[in-house]
Design a protein around this ligand. Structure first.
Ligand SMILES: Nc1nc2c(ncn2[C@@H]2O[C@H](COP(=O)(O)OP(=O)(O)OP(=O)(O)O)[C@@H](O)[C@H]2O)c(=O)[nH]1
Ligand SMILES: [Mg+2]
Length: 684
């Protein structure tokens, strides 16, 4: 996991090559990397989908997922971290801890995933691993355990000193780094190596008491701690999340990757090291756990779905307990239905290797035909006799949308089919209907996300579609408390639908969403009609009163009403609620909210002025500027609506040398002029 371009795929390629999983090295820049298998990835030189694969290193089997760094594909990181037991965070030795590196680090915190740091690109001019380590400390608040001292930096980077074994490892150029030499530390580095080793052991003693005791004891005896004890202590500290081992390298130059793999095996958890997985028994709501025992009852989580053209789908699963067996019928506890597993595979990026079974600890996939019931992202598959639901995958809300229509009438059914397939793959992508025009809308995490989806429609599903202008996901909310009352009764009373409600709407804090509460007495509105009121209120709130955007961050309370023994019907209450809600919302100071993004721009020094000017003209609030070699790192909060097309703007204002990344931060009220414009457009 890492910021875009840190070198995840390049590092993965070496991992697969050195472990023998692939026999030829391919480069991202040639569109030839194994885990960047999608056409769109190869054309653009970026990863888009999380590619899962398996390899063997020594006697360890490693499930590896190469995630994309671009924030638009954050769901891929989210679901990968949900099912992996450990992570390698890749940092560029030049750029350090970039915005999205920090974001994925926080995601990994949320899932409590132990991790290693790989400081990559040590071969680049200006590489400064020490500065990166300092940033790990400052920005990510971790205790780094630096395992290596670089031998040369930039163009002179040839290898690393192993600060535990106290040997120097240099990689052979001609064999693509397959061969390396372990030798004595070059004389001129011995002093630095001793200092760096002391720093490592001191840091370790601070986070691990057992090591501290051994360290003090050895020092008293005038001895040194055995390497095995150091490794064991690093492992304990890593698993406890108390420290992060740091490995140095330059994947593109074929250096440092062996050490990285050794560190993965030595310090990251095996499935046996992690606590038994926790789930909820659907029937009782009680929590339960499953130990990672291949012979126990099955517990597996579906974490990713890929459309398999028109044929069906590939559902990726992580098995936590028991064994998933081909031909077996399992219970989908999330959807409360049995599912038959026809075919099981191990995935190697987009290639499949048929297997009979996937035991606890494994990551693999289920191949299902079209129309066969199959799990979607976040579903739990389990033993029918021991059902449980595991924690699903956290799904971010889309912030941007476009209308989409088939180019010809003939494409219409095909478009609907394709969108359905793509939405099943990607929970951060939603298909909806524009309230004003009735056109189909697609919503996602950003412009690139939607661009890739539209491209896939064309290539994988042969659908020609026209898209409208990008529209950010506005919301509406209220700013005051208000009351609404409505009575519905028909005269002449055939059919006799009676309903009468009194509602109070109140603003709530950002992120609260929509909530309904019933405070009415049963004499006013009997319990049997309350669900109809709740539903109608939620439905009414889904179309705001200012410009038709969904309303959020408000509480609707049913506080009174009346009831008629013969004539009251759910329909009557629904109609009354719709009117009462709208009256209340209109009186409650309704307004429009817009998504605000957290932005980080890296601008070359000489273009900083232009870049800042551009940002200020986009309503950006600059929150920080930091100098890095040759560039200024600008942090800002800026409304997403102002950032549509920013990639092109930055390219021209920085002569193609600036980069930026942004992610959703929060919703905020739009300026008055914007509100007036959106309202006018909605009523036009
Ligand atoms: N000089 C140098 N370049 C590197 C190194 N590692 C990767 N690169 C280059 O950096 C660019 C990005 O590498 P990727 O491996 O695609 O980066 P990534 O982290 O997978 O990027 P995304 O998947 O798009 O987030 C490519 O041009 C690589 O050749 C390195 O160690 N040294
Ligand atoms: Mg990549």
């Amino acid at each position: 996991m890492a910021h875009i371009d840190a070198g995840k795929t390049t590092t993965t390629e070496r991992i697969l090559f050195y472990s023998g999983a692939i026999s030829r090295l391919g480069e991202v820049d040639d569109g030839a990397a194994f885990t960047d298998w999608m056409e769109q990835e190869q054309e653009r030189g970026i990863s888009i989908t999380a590619a899962s694969t398996v390899l063997q290193w020594g006697d360890a089997q490693i499930n590896l997922i190469d995630t994309p760094g671009h924030v638009d594909f954050t769901i891929e990181v989210e679901r990968s971290l949900r099912v992996l037991d450990g992570a390698v965070a890749v940092f560029s030795a030049i750029e350090g801890v970039q915005a999205q590196s920090e974001a994925v680090w926080r995601q990994a915190d949320r899932y409590r995933v132990p991790r290693l740091a790989f400081v990559n690109k040590c071969d680049r001019v200006g590489a400064d691993p020490d500065a990166v380590v300092e940033e790990l400390r400052q920005r990510l608040a971790v205790t780094p355990l630096v395992l290596h001292l670089p031998i040369g930096l930039g163009a002179e980077f040839t290898g690393v000193v192993d600060l535990i074994a106290m040997t120097a490892r240099t990689w052979d150029h001609d064999s693509h780094g397959v061969r390396f030499t372990d030798a004595a530390i070059p004389t001129e580095l011995v002093d630095d190596a001793l200092i760096a080793r002391d720093a490592l052991l001191d840091a370790l003693a601070e986070v691990d008491d057992q090591f501290l005791a051994a360290f003090v004891e050895a020092a008293d005896a005038g001895a040194t701690v055995a390497p095995a004890a150091i490794h064991a202590a690093i492992r304990r500290a890593t698993l406890a999340g108390a420290a992060v081992p740091v490995v140095l390298g330059a994947a593109f130059r074929n250096k440092g990757v062996h050490n990285l793999l050794d560190a993965v095996v030595a310090y990251l958890p095996s499935p046996l090291d992690v606590a038994p997985v926790v789930g909820v028994v659907p029937a009782t709501g009680a929590t339960t756990t499953r130990a990672p025992d291949a012979s126990g009852p099955l517990a597996a989580l579906a974490w990713k779905v890929m459309a398999d053209g028109d044929r069906g789908h590939v559902t990726y699963v992580r098995v936590y307990a028991g064994t998933l067996v081909a031909g077996q019928t399992v219970y989908n506890a999330t959807k409360a239905r049995p599912e038959r597993i026809e075919r099981l595979v191990r995935m190697h990026a987009n290639r499949r290797e048929d297997v009979e079974a996937l035991p606890a600890g494994a990551i693999g996939a289920i191949i299902a035909g079209l129309g066969e019931p199959s799990a979607t992202t976040g579903d739990t598959l389990c033993d029918p006799a021991a059902p449980l639901c595991l924690d699903p995958v956290h799904v971010p809300e889309p912030v941007i949308g476009i209308t989409i229509e088939p180019a010809t009438a003939a494409d219409e059914a095909r478009l609907r089919f394709a969108l359905e397939r793509l939405a099943a793959e990607d929970p951060s992508f939603r298909v909806g209907v524009d309230a004003d025009s009735g056109a189909t809308t697609i919503a996602g995490m950003g412009e690139l996300h939607l661009e890739i989806l539209v491209d896939r429609l064309r290539r994988e599903f042969a659908v020609d579609a026209r898209v409208g202008r990008v529209q950010v996901a506005y919301r509406e909310t209220i700013t005051a408390r208000a009351r609404g009352e409505a009575r519905h009764s028909l005269a002449p009373r055939v059919p006799a639908d009676h309903g009468h409600v009194v509602l109070i709407v109140e603003p709530a804090s950002r992120g609260h969403g929509f909530r309904f509460e019933n405070q009415a007495g049963a004499a006013d509105v009997p319990a049997e009609f309350v669900p109809a009121v709740a539903e109608a209120a939620a439905e009414a709130a889904s179309i705001g009163v200012v410009a038709g955007f969904p309303m959020t961050d408000l509480t609707v309370s049913l506080v009174g009403g009346s009831f008629h023994v013969v004539d009251s019907t759910p329909r009557g209450y629904r109609l009354a609620t719709t009117r009462a809600f709208r009256d209340a919302a209109v009186a409650a100071g309704p307004t429009i909210l817009e998504p605000v993004m957290e932005l980080e721009v890296r601008a070359p020094n000489e273009h900083t002025g232009d870049v800042l000017g551009e940002l200020l003209s986009r309503r950006a609030k600059i929150s920080g500027m930091e100098a890095r070699p040759g560039v200024q790192v600008i942090a800002a909060a800026v409304p997403l609506a102002e950032m549509v097309g920013y990639a092109t703007v930055l390219r021209s204002s920085s002569r193609g040398r600036g980069t930026y990344s942004m992610r959703f931060a929060h919703y905020a009220e739009v300026p008055t002029a914007t509100r007036a414009r959106l309202a006018a457009r909605a009523h036009a």
